[in-house]
Design a binder for this molecule. Structure first.
Ligand code: HEM
Length: 141
């Protein structure tokens, strides 16, 4: 569980991202597909162009879901339940992909926020995104 301070750090960073979900999300996906090409097999319908509508749309949906998680840090399991069903039972995304996405997420944050993204903020985001991933992957068994 996140401490009060870690929650505040997650929320503080989210305030800087909110409103830019599509562009941040598309950049995150491009990093993921480029750094870890094995992840692209789940997204055959997407290309590699940052302006591509489908990439921006999926990026936006993914980041909006992260926004929901930020607003429901106390109740992640209930807030993300339909998304957990989707990833586990419909999409069957291998759980090993989640740490790869978390890593790329942190690089996107660091490259945009630079000095504003402190070591403590990275630690809080790592913990938060790991919690989100646990919820999204726990319905596999
Ligand atoms: C779909 C969020 C991790 C693969 C989605 C959707 C959301 C989402 C909101 C759209 C759901 C809908 O249309 O109803 C997230 C979040 C993640 C995460 C918050 C982690 C923090 C992953 C990972 C992969 C993945 C690691 C695979 C590498 C997919 C695929 C779809 C999808 C293939 C369907 C795309 C489509 O139909 O166009 N995800 N996801 N997700 N996700 Fe994730």
């Amino acid at each position: 569980m996140l401490s009060a301070q870690e929650r505040a750090q997650v929320a503080q960073v989210w305030d800087l991202i909110a409103g830019h979900e599509a562009s941040f999300g598309a950049e995150l996906l491009l990093r993921l597909f480029t750094v870890y090409p094995s992840t692209k097999v789940y997204f055959k319908h997407l290309g590699f162009c940052p302006d591509e509508t489908q990439l921006l749309t999926h990026g936006q949906r993914m980041l909006e879901a992260v926004g929901v998680a930020v607003r429901h840090m106390d109740n992640l399991r209930a807030a993300l339940s339909p998304l957990a069903d989707l990833h586990a039972q419909v999409l069957r995304v291998d759980p090993s992909n989640f740490p790869l996405l978390i890593q790329c997420f942190q690089v996107v944050l660091a490259s945009h926020l630079q000095g504003e993204f402190t070591v403590e903020m990275q630690a809080a985001w790592d913990k938060f995104l790991t919690g989100v991933s646990v919820v999204l992957t726990e319905k596999y068994r």
